[in-house]
Structure formats: structure tokens, C-alpha cells
Design a protein around this ligand. Sequence first.
Ligand SMILES: Cc1ncc(COP(=O)(O)O)c(C=O)c1O
Length: 398
Amino acid sequence: MKTDDVRRDIPLLNEVIYLDAASTTPTPRPVVEAMCDYFYNYNSNTGRGAYRLAIKATRELDNAREIIAKFIKSDPDEIIFTKNTTEAINIVAHGIEFQKGENIVVPNIEHHSNLVPWLNLQSQGVEVRIAKADNNGVVHPETVENLVDKNTRLVSVTHVSNSIGSVQPVDELSEIAQDNGALYLVDAAQSAGHMEVDVNKLGADFVVFPGHKGLLGPVGTGFLYCAHDSYGELEPLNLGGGTVEDVTEEDFKLTEAPSCFEGGTQNIAGFIGLGAAITYLKKIGISEVEKHTRKLTKIMYKEIQEIETVRVYGSPENIYGIVSFNIDNINPHDLAKILDELKSICVRSGYHCAIPSIKHIGAYQLGGTVRASIHYYNTREEIHELGETLKKISEFMG
Ligand SMILES: Cc1ncc(COP(=O)(O)O)c(C=O)c1O
């Protein structure tokens, strides 16, 4: 499938220049149709009913789990459905029984969702050790190596920074965690669907995913990959219907994972949609997505960098899919508003839920940055329009 074919499946791209994939992506028609099919033709709960409608819904949900698992090279029972990436991280943060005196190593360029749950554990006597990135937002393995010791229980790192776009050396960091007997979590919120994410190659215990960003699935979906061997580390917390094998008036016996982590009714339509989204992405081909994104990222960085009064973050050799920047004398929110009003260009502005990262790159006092982020549906013409519009605004602001 070519970019134009995908654009035909996303009508809102005729109305705006959508450059905010890092927040969420527009949902292609076949994904919406798969969800409509559920709502119109077999809307029922899963795992419970003996009637045909319920059996079909259960089968479709199981099928979605299989599609997701295959895509990241895991087994279906290593996938726990969540409502977003944040919930997936919190299942790990609350599910591990941390001991006083243990430490967690986490970079300073993380999204709040991969920082706040760990900081929250400090009240239990867990130490949070912050790995400082370099000026381009890259966390060097030596930095992490210097922080890790025998009391390190977990190393948790993003694959691609959402505020800078910098790609992290996740393979080297995996080795460091393994060599030190620490658990390893990778936040794939900005890489999944944009590049290959193979959980075996990552060698991670946990990988957290949004369904609604690069994977082109609907909002309200995400999932946690938990390696078979790492399930023993996690205590399920959201207990109730669907999580138990047997119950007496005094006690209960949990079901096997992943069911014991998926209490209550699931976002059935959402995950059926996510299964359809991954099938759709596979039709495009993840290597095609990657080729397209690498090319457009370079073009976007160059166009923006050429503006006289601009300050761009990250290194062009390292960033992927995201360009974060400021223009002199204009607040990022105002700039985003002007881009929208002049040319219907949708970009994110502010701190991007990553205040320590924004402070690290020196953009906090500026009100954060403007962030343009792309996917396969974006075109060179759209990037050029962004560049030209920014140039005019910059000249006007002097
Ligand atoms: C790197 C990263 N981690 C976590 C999140 C939180 O994702 P969600 O909104 O799916 O919970 C985001 C969202 O932008 C992100 O970019």
C-alpha cells in the first residue's frame, strides 16, 4: 500500500495537515469498520456466554490477541490488554513487590508515565536513580552502567523519546540490565508501529505499548507484553470477574495469566479494532513505514533547521519521527495556534508530559517546545508546507 492509498482511508487528512502522531493517530476506515461490525453484528461480552454471538465475540478477541502477539514476536498469553501505555506501566509498578533499599534506574528524558509511577515508589523506600541524557537526548549505556548495582531491581527506558524524538540504545541497555540481574522495561509508545519492535531482540521482561499511536488502532487501547518467565514478578491487582478459577466464601484461586490481570469487561471493540489496525499496518509493511519515516524525518529536520530564528532539539542522525523546536519571540502554544489557523497544521505544543526532559533541553522557560510528529500517511508536500509556514511566521516575528 502506498501513502496515497492510506490517505484515502483516513478522510480527516483531506481537512488538515496532521503532524501529531506522537499523541495519537487518526483511525483508518478498515479499523473503524471492524469495530462497527462488532457493534452492529455481534455486540456481546466475551469469555462468558454459551450463545453463538458471545462465542463469535470471544473468538474475534482471541484472534486480535494472536495478531498483536505475532506482530511483536511474542506468545498470545504474554499480552495483557490495557487501556493505554500508562496503565501498562502501572501494572508493573504496582505489581512488583519492591523491597526497601532496592533501586530503579530511569532516564531523565522520559514521559511522565514512565517516571511518576517509579517516583511514587520512593515512599516505600525504593530509590529512583536518574540517568542523565546527553545534550541530544540520548542516554549513553555508560551512564546507566554507572548507576546500576546489585540492588537495582529494574531499569526502565523509553525506546524513542516523545519530547525530543531521540532513539535510545535499548539493546545495549538490555545487556546492562541482564548482566546485573535487573528487570528491564521498554516503553515502546513512540516506536511501535513506526519501526520493528521485536520483544525477543529487546530481551525485555516488560514492553509497554499504546494501541492508539503508531499501531493505528483506536483510542482506549494499549497492552503490556510480559515475558513468560517474568510473570512471577507481577501480582495482579485489578481482581474480580474473569480473574479467578475458583472462589469460596473464604478465598479464591487466580486464573493463569494474562486473564488474572484483565479483571472485568474488556474494550472488546477496541481490541478487535487494534487487531484490524495491525493487519492493515502489515499490508503497508513495517519496513516501508520505517523507510518513509526516516526520509521524512530528515527532510522535516532540515526544513525547520534552515529557519533563521529556530532552535531545534536532538541530532538529525539520531531522531526518528519527531522534530521538537522553538522559534524566537513566540510562545510554543501561540505558534501551534497560528499554524492551525493559517494552514490547518496540527502540532503539539508545551511540555509534552515530560517536564524533566523539557528542562534538560533548556526549553522549560520557553513554555516547552513545538513538536511535529509523523506517520506513513504524511507527505513531503505537507512537511514543506510546515517549513514554509514556519519561515513566514519567523520572518514576521523577526
Ligand atoms: C514515551 C511515552 N510513554 C508513555 C506515554 C503515555 O501513553 P498513553 O497515553 O497511551 O498512556 C506516551 C504518550 O504520549 C509516550 O509518548
